[in-house]
Ligand binder design. Structure first.
Ligand code: IVH
Length: 698
């Protein structure tokens, strides 16, 4: 093998292991050890190398997580062992009865060890590992037959694509819950609303909608989390209890909820954990416990109840399981419910309150969002005052008015949703709410396009838009100016020191010291963090600019395609549309920005002021036969089009969808369609399958 190719193969293997390790650190352990910037770099290098050398893309490469081909419908598959369900109760005292039932059935008075877990509010999923490799994933379905959602399962970052453990079982079916984290849910709903799509009612619906997406690329763009809690079939590994199972999962790199209390620990340890976490809710504490009695299990129920509003995901109760697998087997199941487990649920996080006012917020794109200001009320331990109403269509659909009595639900994060209006309590003279036709911040007339759900303030210098754009620019996944928080942005704009992105890089310590609340040290810290943000990647830079519909993922796609800022700035519509993963709406929005003279001059100022975008370099590829060539395919080929396309790519070439002046060859099967005509017209050389083979073997 050629030396360069050998090096590439080795580097791909190294990068695959590096990226997988960091995925595990970040998603499973919640303990990243490198910055997002460094991670992006490793990931893009791997993507680029694998695109160049697809023959070395491994079956467990983390780049598989970006999602494969879309499908028409899901295939049905039987579970090898039925997925049971639990009997629910709403009263923790029922745990005492459960304990009695277990002992009676086992005809024993001995204390039983219970493994206690939060009841996750998502949907059940089974994933299958064969000799360590992730090979399947199916939904619970009716418990007997589920749907094959493997393509989507691969995109879930908390699931290792290969498990690494000293004893890799021959077959392992892992069961658990797919959830969407509250923060991911909030982001998704913002995106839904901005794209004129209805928001999801809660994280569970969002997770269910995402795992049953027919296009895995959509699934990949909406982060899901898998948390393991049970097994199906298992071959080649002996496991004796639920505690043992969870420890094994965690050793294999599969996310579990961690053990807060061992059987020998006092239940007081739970109180200590709850107290510390509520005081400092940065890292999710371990959430499972081994309890030695029903009373301890009841204390556990209250422990989880206290943590519930602070956790990063929704839960709706606790599950109490007999720990020993031997006893579980002896207990068996009645109908679809095991005798060895029970669930004690919490009341839903809903409350009734009244709407005192509806006001309008202006976001970074100028979008106007109506917000309900309510009589403060407690929902699941948290006082809430505001609820987002999304847009005029949502208000109309639910017919929400000022003065209404409504049921609110905390749907992920702290921002609740109005789920229902109690019309019988509506004040007599209430009127439907209509969004203002001028911007509430700058009074400029607002604009609502035909068929769009949102209205926009289109005043480029609206202070609200400026502030929100700057907050986005400075945010962690964008330029990551960590000392430039929301309050400081507001202060800088109000003081007239900053009105556009580049002004941030024109700030000096002296200017900052003229502002209230700034002292020598805080001013220096801000200047240092602005300085540190200058070194960045193309993906982050593009994302920071706040082009409509260009999120983080699109930033990465554009980086991988253009490699350098100048290439991006000079792109043409034909080129943008050709990029896989860039749809017409996104392309149009990018072009609109690139045609805006002020936008371009702002980018140039940023570069002049020292923003340093790291160049992405692709591996050398001159030695590949089709390196740099663009070969368009038409007609029926002996090997199928996809196959031919892959072959072209593996030899360093690319294959666009249409013939243009940039096309190097047209590869034709038996056809005489429009592409052939166009190629003749433009003088593009035409190859049949045989000639193409000669070209690649010459
Ligand atoms: S154990 C037979 N553990 O609750 C027991 N289930 O009604 C199998 N669930 O469909 C499930 N958190 O979706 C178990 N820690 C947990 C759970 C859990 C949530 C869900 C699961 C299942 C339903 C049972």
């Amino acid at each position: 093998m050629n030396k360069d190719i050998q090096n590439a193969q080795q580097r791909i293997e190294e990068l695959k292991q590096e990226v997988s390790k960091h995925d595990h650190q970040y998603y499973v352990l919640d303990e990243p050890i490198i910055s997002d910037f460094e991670y992006d770099k490793l990931f893009s290098e791997l993507m680029a190398l694998e695109t160049k050398y697809p023959q070395f893309r491994a079956e467990d490469s983390p780049t598989l997580r970006v999602g494969g081909q879309a499908i028409d419908k899901f295939e049905k598959i039987s579970h090898s062992e039925p997925m049971l369900s639990l009997q629910n109760s709403y009263s923790p005292e029922d745990i005492l009865e459960f304990d009695d039932r277990v002992k009676k059935f086992l005809k024993s008075e001995d204390p039983i060890l219970y493994f206690c877990e939060p009841k996750l509010d998502g949907l059940a999923l089974e994933v299958i590992y064969k000799n360590g490799l992730l090979v399947g994933g199916l939904t619970r379905g009716d418990g007997k037959v589920g749907e094959n959602v493997f393509e989507n399962v691969k995109t879930i970052k908390t699931l290792p694509l290969r498990i690494n453990s000293p004893q890799t079982p021959e077959l392992l079916e892992v069961r658990g819950e797919v959830v969407m984290l509250k923060k991911d849910f909030k982001r998704l709903n913002e995106h839904q609303v901005n794209s004129n799509l209805p928001p999801f009612a809660n994280p569970r619906n969002a997770a269910a909608g995402t795992i049953r997406q027919l296009d895995p690329k959509i699934t990949a763009s909406r982060p899901l989390t898998f948390i393991a809690y049970a097994k199906g079939l298992l071959k080649g590994l002996n496991i004796s209890s639920q505690a043992d199972l969870m420890q094994n999962f965690s050793d294999m790199g599969i996310k579990t909820l961690g053990l807060a209390k061992k059987e020998t620990d006092s239940p007081l340890i739970l109180e200590e954990i709850a107290k510390n976490y509520i005081k400092n809710p940065k890292r999710t504490p371990p959430l499972c416990a081994i309890c030695t009695s029903a009373t301890e299990a009841i204390a556990y129920y209250h422990f989880i109840g206290k943590l519930r509003p602070h956790l990063p995901f929704d839960i709706d109760g606790v599950v109490i399981k007999v720990n020993s697998f031997e006893l579980q087997e002896a207990l068996g199941a009645i109908a679809r419910n095991p005798r060895w487990a029970t669930a004690a649920k919490f009341e839903p996080e809903k409350a009734t309150t009244t709407i005192n006012n509806i006001f309008t917020q202006v976001g970074r794109t100028g979008a106007l969002t109506p917000v309900a200001e309510m009589e403060p009320t407690e929902v699941g331990g948290v006082t809430i005052t505001y609820a987002t109403l999304h847009n005029q269509d949502e208000i109309d659909r639910k017919d929400i008015r000022i003065g209404d009595t409504v049921i609110v639900q905390r749907a992920g994060d702290v921002i609740p949703e109005v789920i229902e209006v109690l019309k019988e309590k509506r004040p007599k003279k209430s009127k439907p709410f209509i969004m203002p036709n001028t911007c509430p911040v700058c009074s400029h007339p607002v604009f609502r396009e035909e068929g769009e759900a949102k209205s926009y303030c289109i005043n480029q210098i609206c202070p609200a838009i400026i502030k929100e754009s700057l907050k986005h620019f400075a945010s962690r996944k964008a330029m990551n100016i960590d000392k430039l928080g929301d309050k400081i942005v507001n202060q800088l704009v109000d003081a007239g020191l900053v009105t556009r992105f580049s002004d941030i890089y024109r700030l000096t310590k002296e200017k900052l010291l003229t502002l209230e609340r700034f002292a020598e040290k805080s001013a220096q810290n801000l200047i240092d963090s602005i300085e540190a943000s200058k070194k960045t990647s193309l993906a982050r830079f593009i994302y920071s600019l706040g082009i409509r519909y260009v999120g983080e993922q699109t930033g990465l796609v554009l980086q991988n395609h253009f490699l350098q800022l100048d290439n991006f700035l000079q792109t043409k519509p034909e080129e943008l549309i050709e990029i896989r993963d860039i749809g017409p709406k996104v392309a149009a929005s990018i072009l609109r920005s690139l045609e805006d003279k002020e936008f371009i001059s702002e980018i140039k100022s940023l570069v002049k002021l020292g923003v340093d975008i790291e160049e992405v370099t692709l591996p050398k590829s001159e030695e590949l036969k089709l390196s740099g060539l663009n070969i368009v395919i038409t007609g029926t080929l002996p090997v199928g089009r996809d196959e031919a396309k892959k072959l072209i790519q593996s030899l360093g070439g690319k294959s666009s969808g249409s013939v243009s002046k940039k096309t190097d060859y047209l590869l034709t099967g038996d056809s005489s369609g429009s592409k052939l005509e166009k190629a003749r017209e433009l003088g593009v050389p035409i190859l049949n399958w045989e000639q193409f083979n000669q070209l690649i073997s010459s």
